[in-house]
Design a protein around this ligand. Structure first.
Ligand SMILES: C[S@@+](CC[C@H](N)C(=O)[O-])C[C@H]1O[C@@H](n2cnc3c(N)ncnc32)[C@H](O)[C@@H]1O
Length: 369
């Protein structure tokens, strides 16, 4: 089975490294995600264990789709009854580039028609469409007239870990925070602090990673658990994968803390940590008060920027001064504006482009002497 795990733009390298570390096979980074392969159980395991992936897709078929008819025939050639019965609901998402078919809505519609026509013929009734919470989600990607048809294993995107019901201003997606911890070079050993922690996403993801708490363990049900063919045998396999993940959890991890000047943010972060079942120190404190609390450590943060939060020059100056005090620490700053790098009186040893949704950002890495 060929799988494709999707990732936020710019974070594919983090997902590739994570897949390799977790011993998945055939790992190959691509635009927007990473390919890997294995049995269906490996797909289950990916949903449970991966922190940096947004979705896990399973390749069902690849075929020529230079026009609507070819697309329809290619989709109809797949046996759909293992996944869908007339009682199930489905949704189709389409993307295309460099192809003769250019309308994603048309591509999605044709694909859906081919699926439901096959099932109507077989059962005399057809599944219905549900765009919000489908039992089965299909992705069709057209590149140079070749269609790749994927089935989504995860269901809800994996950044919805479930611990964050209250969100602060401009929170980072959990999957992006996990990727930035990796790309920022954290070794999972030294103490870590987010001095502008907002809803606490970096700190929570850091504890989960350091203690090997698989993010998928908090989910009741994945997309694959809603397929028509998901019976007792598959349920047992999924339960085994969950048990294996649970067995890896470490009782303790390094010291991790989050600070913020906003009392509401601190309350939110504490509530999120509680819901994640973690005890993390979140204190109300300004970046001006940041001081080293250990011989070595890591700072990771995303300062306010952009439309939703207006970061001032003064604040960036305070951040720069604070970093200078953190001798023998490393820092990873997610900067949504060049003004942040300009205010930091250190030379970044690395600057990576990553996308926070539609915003192009830089992840700046510093080694502070
Ligand atoms: C972009 S948000 C961080 C979002 C966070 N990464 C999350 O996932 O929720 C920036 C945070 O910086 C905080 N902040 C602003 N000025 C600060 C200061 N002087 N010291 C500490 N925190 C500050 C804001 O209250 C806000 O929560």
């Amino acid at each position: 089975m060929d799988f494709f795990a999707t990732a936020a733009k710019g974070t594919e390298g983090a997902l590739r490294d994570e897949l390799r570390e977790l011993r998945f096979r055939g790992v190959r980074a691509d635009r927007g995600g990473v390919h890997f392969n294995g049995g269906l159980e490996e797909g289950f395991r990916a949903c449970i264990e991966l922190r940096t992936a947004v979705r896990v897709l399973m390749l069902l078929s690849e075929f020529d789709a230079h026009n609507g008819e070819a697309l329809y025939e290619g989709v109809r050639a797949v046996a759909w009854s293992p996944f869908l019965s007339p009682k199930h609901t489905l949704a189709v998402r389409a993307a295309c580039r460099s192809s003769q078919l250019t309308h994603t809505q048309f591509i999605a519609q044709k694909t859906k028609d081919a699926v439901v026509d096959q099932l109507r013929e077989k059962f005399g009734a057809r599944p219905s469409v549900n765009l919000d919470d489908p039992d089965v989600m299909l992705f069709v990607h057209l590149v140079r007239d070749k269609a790749s048809l994927y089935l989504d294993l995860a269901g809800e995107p994996l950044h919805r870990r479930g611990y964050r019901t209250h969100i602060g201003d401009a929170p980072l997606k959990e999957t992006l925070a996990a990727s930035l911890l990796r790309l920022g070079g954290w070794d999972r050993q030294v103490p870590l602090v987010d001095p502008m922690c907002g809803s606490g996403t970096f700190a929570i993801e850091a504890v989960m990673w350091a203690r090997k708490i698989a993010p998928g363990l908090a989910r009741d049900r994945f997309g694959f658990e809603r397929w028509a063919s998901h019976g007792e045998e598959e349920a047992k396999k999924a339960a085994d994968r969950r048990a294996e993940a649970r067995a890896k959890i470490l009782p303790e991890g390094p010291r991790i803390a989050g600070f913020d000047t906003d009392p509401e943010a601190i309350e939110t972060a504490r509530g999120n940590a509680r819901r994640a079942g973690l005890s993390i120190r979140f204190d109300r404190r300004s970046i001006r008060e940041l001081r080293p609390e250990s011989d070595a450590g890591m700072i990771i943060t995303n300062p306010p920027y952009g439309e939703r939060l207006t970061g001032s020059r003064e604040l960036y100056g305070d951040l720069g001064a604070a970093l200078r005090r953190m001798h023998n620490h490393t820092a990873a700053i997610l900067a949504g504006t060049p003004a942040i790098a300009h205010a930091i009186p250190l030379r970044p040893e690395k600057s990576l482009i990553v996308w926070n949704g539609p915003i192009e950002c830089r992840l700046l890495r510093y080694s502070i002497p």
